[in-house]
Design a protein around this ligand. Structure first.
Ligand code: 5GP
Length: 189
């Protein structure tokens, strides 16, 4: 079995999961490295290919599915695919712990694969209303895209029981401290 362990952070879009992932990556003692996913979504203006995501067109992505290159993949939004590349994760696990920022279904699949070598954390927004406020205020997505994200969030919130730990991201500082302690405990105790 691989040497490193997996930390899987899942949450409805806008719950602050990415901020928590960045916080954990900054903690050198955790020896975490980020799993860069593949996606067919358009690159946002502040993103770089190979750093934030591996951006593929739909044909390239389908080829990777056919050739079984993914540990898991999901059509996260209609017509938009995201997936975790098997080879890159296995290479990272050789000498790092790996952190995943992926959707709820994908997180449940990875937990089933890595079992006790993975800690699956569900990050919850304080409420759907607060989630809506956050999605609008970060000003990254269109109203249509936000409505889709909110509809998906309501379904995702029903799946929290499939996770090892649940964190309510109400106050960022407390959530950062809590997630750090959970991860440290999992990795070293
Ligand atoms: P965004 O488009 O905002 O970067 O991501 C949309 C959603 O896709 C987020 O919930 C993100 O965590 C999820 N996601 C990113 N990478 C993957 C992946 O490799 N697999 C799955 N299943 N979901 C992913």
């Amino acid at each position: 079995m691989s040497k490193g362990k997996c930390i899987i952070l899942c949450a409805p879009s806008g719950s602050g999961k990415t901020t928590l992932v960045r916080h954990l990556l900054d903690q050198r003692d955790l020896n975490l490295t980020f799993s860069i996913s593949a996606t067919t979504r358009k690159t946002r203006k502040d993103e770089q290919n190979g750093k934030d995501y591996h951006f593929f067109n739909i044909v390239e992505f389908m080829e990777k599915i056919d050739n079984e290159h993914f540990l898991e993949y999901e059509e996260v939004y209609s017509g938009v695919f995201y997936g975790t590349l098997k080879d890159s994760v296995e290479a990272l696990l050789e000498d790092h712990n790996v952190i995943f920022d992926i959707d709820v279904e994908g997180g449940i699949k990875l937990k089933r694969i890595y079992k006790e070598d993975a800690l699956a954390v569900f990050v919850k927004p304080p409420s759907i209303q607060e989630l809506s406020n956050r999605l609008y205020s970060r000003n990254k997505d269109s109203k249509e895209s936000i409505d889709i994200r909110l509809a998906k969030a309501k379904i995702e919130l029903l799946k929290e029981k499939d996770f090892d730990e649940i964190i309510i991201n109400d106050n960022l500082k407390s959530a950062e401290e809590l997630v750090y302690n959970l991860v440290r405990e999992f990795l070293y105790n």
